[in-house]
Design a protein around this ligand. Structure first.
Ligand code: ZN
Length: 411
């Protein structure tokens, strides 16, 4: 009920961004959460997606099919007519993909899946290294390999590797699924890059995190290769891929967990519209706590204790024992979708998340800007909350320009 109120007010009160933006190159910070943060009680502003239908946690999970057995990969090495250098030998490419990345996937999947395949090339493409179009590189590379009688179309996964093409805005890129799946390696061909892009190919999103400043860091998880680290995929991803078991928690109690590198299990704790995942990792004291999100699960805490009063969840961790205390929720969470709103002449995307809880006779609220982009570019944002009592005003800015100001009231 509150949600509708806020949405309606927000839509009525949104104003066009004034002044325009001269700082479109701003990006969301990607620094990792400190792993020494063990007392996280006060600083959490967690984000969750409220679904249209209410409390249906499973609908917020990304759709990822289990992956098992042999994954056949064709690596195509290509360069450009103006840049015909060959940064790697065929043998080096084979080692990176079919030994190092293969070993990573075998370990992560507990030998449920592995890589086989071939390396084709080098082919010099009749195009410039200054191209801005990754898809034209992969299309032209496939044609070049076909012309050399390589059975390109029999491989479900393609890795296209080429010397640095400076106009492309990435070092690696991968399709999320697809037939075939395609991974692009732009000037860097190493195990981390290939494992990350193949992770996308298998359906995975980035391992994101909420920063202390309440912004979403796209690569924020310092542990997973799908974040800023180079370790194993996250527990929720491994469970979705069918590589690990999750224990569903719906009662308070003490549960055993082990590092995901040793098979887990992970703990999955649905609380209203929020689904928590708790995982242990080798070398990380305590546990990592994530919130399930279809755009990439959010790491919200690392350490030996965690508490979210809004959803009534408390965790304490001692060795391999995780004590879970499930209380009555004392508040709620509202999401205001910013998609479709204009920022100057461009489209704004992202959300405002409002967490609120009762504290004795008072209400306390915290607002978070989540995943804000102007067009396709990540943007910096901030929210001010002028509250407390029965309601207040939330104002938000992106790249310094006001985008929304709306009143709200608690239920
Ligand atoms: Zn990525």
């Amino acid at each position: 009920m509150l949600r509708r109120t806020i949405l309606a007010l927000a839509l009525a009160a949104l104003v066009p961004a004034c002044g325009g933006s001269s700082s479109t190159s701003n990006s969301v910070p990607t620094g990792p959460l400190s792993s020494s943060d063990t007392d996280l009680l006060a600083q959490l502003a967690v984000k969750a997606l409220l679904t249209e239908t209410g409390n249906t946690p499973s609908s917020t999970a990304p759709t990822i099919e289990p992956v098992a057995g042999e994954q056949r990969v064709l690596v195509i090495l290509v360069n450009f007519k103006d840049s015909p250098n060959q940064p790697w030998t065929v043998e080096q490419a084979r080692q990176v993909v079919f030994e190092e990345t293969d070993a990573f996937l075998r370990a992560s999947s507990n030998e449920r899946t592995w890589l086989t395949g071939d390396v084709a090339g080098w082919f010099t493409l009749p195009m410039s290294s200054m191209t801005k179009d990754a898809r034209s590189i992969s299309d032209t590379a496939r044609n070049a390999a076909r012309a050399a009688n390589v059975p390109v179309d029999t491989y479900p996964h393609l890795v296209i590797a080429f010397p640095h093409a400076p106009a492309l805005p990435f070092q690696g890129e991968g399709t999320i699924g697809g037939s075939p799946t395609i991974a692009w390696a732009n000037g860097v061909l190493d195990r981390r890059t290939v494992a990350h892009e193949l992770g996308h190919n298998l359906g995975l999103r980035h391992a994101r995190a909420l920063t202390p400043g309440s912004l979403v860091a796209e690569y924020g998880c310092p542990s997973s290769v799908m974040g800023s680290g180079d370790g194993d995929f996250t527990a929720p991803d491994k469970v979705r891929l069918g590589w690990m078991r999750a224990e569903e928690i719906s009662n308070s109690g003490t549960y055993q967990t082990r590092p995901i590198e040793e098979g887990g299990p992970a703990l999955r704790i649905p609380r209203g519209s929020t689904v928590y995942w708790v995982e242990a990792r080798r070398g990380v004291p305590g546990v990592l706590v994530r919130i399930e999100d279809p755009e990439g699960d959010l790491l919200v805490a690392t350490g030996t204790s965690f508490r979210d009063e809004i959803t009534g969840l408390a965790l304490t961790c001692e060795g391999t024992n995780v004590s879970v205390l499930l209380d009555e929720p004392t508040g709620g969470r509202e999401v205001v979708d910013l998609a479709g709103q204009q920022f100057g002449s461009r489209e704004l995307e992202g959300a405002m998340v409002l967490d609120y809880r009762r504290d004795g006779p008072r209400w306390i609220a915290r607002a978070t800007l989540s995943d804000v982009r102007v067009g396709a570019k990540p943007a910096m944002g901030a929210l001010d909350l002028d509250a407390i009592g029965g309601g207040g005003t939330v104002t938000g800015s992106v790249n310094g320009s006001l985008v929304a100001s709306f009143p709200f009231s608690f239920p």
